[in-house]
Design a protein around this ligand. Sequence first.
Ligand code: SF4
Ligand code: MG
Length: 288
Amino acid sequence: MPTLAELKTNAEPWWCPGCGDFGVLRALQTALVNLGLEPHKVAIIAGIGCSGKIGNYINCYNFHVVHGRTLPVATGLKLANRDLTVIAAGGDGDGFAIGMGHFMHAVRRNPDITYIVMDNHVYGLTKGQVSPTSDKGMKTKSQPEGNFERPVKPLQVALAAGATFVAQGFSSNVKQLANLIAKGIQHKGFALINAISPCVTYNRINTYDWYRKVLVNLDEDPSYNPHDRQLALQTVIEHDELVTGLIYQDLETTSLEAGIPGYREEPIVEQQLELPEEDFAKLVSSFR
Ligand code: SF4
Ligand code: MG
C-alpha cells in the first residue's frame, strides 16, 4: 500500500501560490492511496497547460502528450495493458477546445479510463486568454471588451453524449474530490471528473469565494438519484452546472474493452504476439 509521501516526486510544483491545481493534485494522490494502488500500476496521461504538469508531481508512470490528445493516448494505453489504472488529466482548453473531438468519442466508446479536467475557465499557461468554458462577458487579454462567445457546458455535453460517469468536484474540497476520483477510477468505463480549479492569476471572476457562495453539493442531498440521466441533465441545466458531487453513473453499460471481439483477459503487453516462423515463411512466399 503506497503512502502519500511515496506518491510524491522530487519536483517542486510550478504552479502560482493558491492555484486550484494544488487541491486537485492532493485529491488525486489521496484517491490513489485510499484505493491502495501501487505506483507501477498507475499511468497519468497529461495534456498541455498549467494543469498538464500534474503528472510530474506524482510518482507513477507519466506521459505528457501533445496538446489535446490525452484521451486517444489513454485509450490506447488501456487497451494495450488493461492491468493499469489509466488517468487522463488536463485543462478546459486542452480538453474542450482542441481535444473536444476526442472527448466526444471517448464518451461514446466508454473505455475504462478516468478523465480529470482542471477547469478554471481560462487559458492560464499562455497568460489569460478566453477558454471554451470562459463565462460570456468575461474580460481577458484576448477579448478585452468581454467574451462574446457562449461557453461550453461540459457536464451537459457529457450527459447528452451518453457518458456513463459524470462528477464535478471543487479543488478546495479535497475530501469530496478525492472521493469522486476514487469512484471514477472504480467505475468500469469512461469517468469524467470535472474539477473546478480556480486560476488565481488570470480569472478574477470565478474565484474560490465566488464558488463557495454558488455551488450546490448534490452529495449532501439524500433525495438526489445519481442513476437517472434525465434528472442529472435537468439538474445541471437548472443550476447552470454549479453543482458538485456524483452527478450521474450508469451501472449497466459495459466498457469498450468488453465489446471488442477477441480481446483477451491477458493484457496485450504480456501476450506472445510474434508470428510463428512457419506462418511468417508462408506469408513471405505468398508475395513471390
Ligand atoms: Fe494556476 Fe492560473 Fe497560475 Fe496557471 S496561471 S499556475 S492556472 S493560477
Ligand atoms: Mg484552463
